[in-house]
Design a protein around this ligand. Structure first.
Ligand code: DOR
Length: 426
């Protein structure tokens, strides 16, 4: 039994944005009531949440836990620990593992292990066999085995005909298809924006048109199909505008943005080198501001981290050969609070919706809400506490370009199924 007292509950799903106490019994939220109205037994454990925000546990529909096959970077246990430390109680793992998750056999093996973790770890499966973009996976069987969505994240799907078939199949199965949009034909070198920084470093760079041309294609291909098309890690202002227009025309499309694209620009590459290399790349201040605007006006639906662990050895290679990606679960709240909410560019409610109910709804996950008699999956955070991003993480990896950054907004407790799965010691 747990009583959370004196906190400020923000639950975008129900519209509650007010001081509330919560009583948790046997893994569920038994009661939500105005302050000091809950009568609990004497032996109840009390969390004093004075000055803190209580919200649904965060939901991240875009993480790489590298399991199976790449567990020197991360595994499902350390990934889940990093998620809990970041305030997340539900995550969806991407499928670019080794082997990739393109068969029921591979899916089942990791899925069974994921059921035993302290938070809800869900699994996506591949759109195409071997992520080669040539032949669809057995999506019927993979969905029946538990796949919550389909993605070849990490690798764009170039073939239009295959894309049409994939969209049609995902429509039929009523599952999201989540796409990494960087047209290989337009890429010079991935991971750094094509512009002043790629020029300064003598790299070809990843032009923004590589992203928005493919997004425009897939949005238009989906116009008549109406699948739940999820554009992953949007980085370019033009992509935001394409989604805005598509939504205005009634086309079914959803957008994800990462905390790193909301908080940083290509300049970070000059400072942090390969640690700031990511696909799609950090771009310009105009892109960053357009992403924030898209989030605040509902064009972008979800904040998803693209938590992408790599080893220190891999990331110490020269920028042209180091792998792209950065970890993100443990810095997500701090980055978004510091660079979006504190400067009042979007409201706490909008940001929390993008971290909770919006991704849960798209993926049809029973999460992202605070409801009586539902599973007690919660985060408690201090919106004002300042902290410096440390050099070590709950994640197995340390590839964050934000180490040393001073952020506001600190996760204090993460509660999943009524159990405290993370408590900040600081
Ligand atoms: O930079 C990236 N790294 N972008 C992706 O989409 C995939 C990820 C990875 O798997 O490392």
């Amino acid at each position: 039994m747990l009583l959370i007292k004196n906190g400020h509950l923000i639950d975008p799903a129900s519209g509650v944005d007010a001081p509330m106490d919560l009583l948790i019994v046997q893994g569920k939220v038994l009661q939500i009531a105005k302050p000091n109205q809950i009568k609990a037994e004497d032996d109840v454990k009390v969390i004093d949440a004075s000055g803190m925000i209580v919200a649904p546990g965060f939901v991240d529909v875009h993480v790489h836990f590298r399991d199976p096959g790449l567990t020197y970077k991360e595994d499902i246990q350390t990934g889940a620990a990093a998620a809990a430390a970041g305030g997340y109680t539900t995550v969806v793992c991407m499928a670019n593992t080794k082997p990739p998750i393109d068969s029921v056999e591979t899916f089942k093996e990791v899925w069974e292990r994921e059921q035993k973790l302290p938070i809800h770890v869900l699994q996506a499966a591949n759109v195409t066999m071997g992520m080669k973009g040539q032949e669809l996976t057995d999506m019927d069987a993979l969905k029946a085995t538990g796949a919550v969505g389909f993605t070849d994240d990490g690798v764009p799907i170039a073939d239009e005909k295959l894309m049409v078939s994939a969209l049609q199949k995902c429509k039929e199965l009523d599952v999201p298809i989540s796409l990494h949009e960087e047209d290989p034909a337009l890429m010079i070198s991935p991971g750094v924006n094509k512009g002043k920084v790629s020029d300064a470093l003598g790299l070809g760079g990843a032009p923004e048109e590589a992203e928005y041309v493919l997004v425009a294609r897939d949005v238009m291909l989906n116009q008549k199909i109406g699948a739940k098309l999820d554009i992953q890690h949007i980085s370019s202002k033009t992509t935001v505008e394409i989604l805005r227009q598509a939504k205005a025309h009634g086309i079914c499309v959803y957008g994800e943005v990462t905390p790193q694209h909301l908080a940083a620009t290509e300049d970070l590459v000059l400072e942090k080198g390969a640690l700031a290399r990511v696909n799609p790349p950090l771009r310009t201040e105009a892109d960053r501001m357009a992403l924030i605007k898209g989030l605040s006006d509902g064009t972008i639906d979800m904040i998803a981290t693209d938590h992408a662990p790599h080893s220190a050895e891999e990331k110490s290679e020269p920028i042209a050969s180091a792998p792209s990606g950065m970890i993100g679960l443990e810095t997500a709240l701090g980055l978004v609070w510091t660079y979006v909410v504190k400067p009042q560019l979007a409201s706490p409610k909008t940001v929390i919706a993008a971290l909770t109910v919006n991704p849960a709804n798209l993926y049809q996950i029973p999460a992202g809400k605070v409801q009586e008699n539902a599973s007690a999956d919660l985060v408690i955070f201090d919106p004002n506490e300042e902290w410096t991003v440390p050099e070590t993480f709950a994640s197995k990896a340390t590839n964050s370009p934000f180490i040393g950054w001073k952020l506001s907004g600190k996760v204090k407790y993460t509660i999943c199924n009524g159990e405290i799965v993370y408590q900040s010691l600081g």
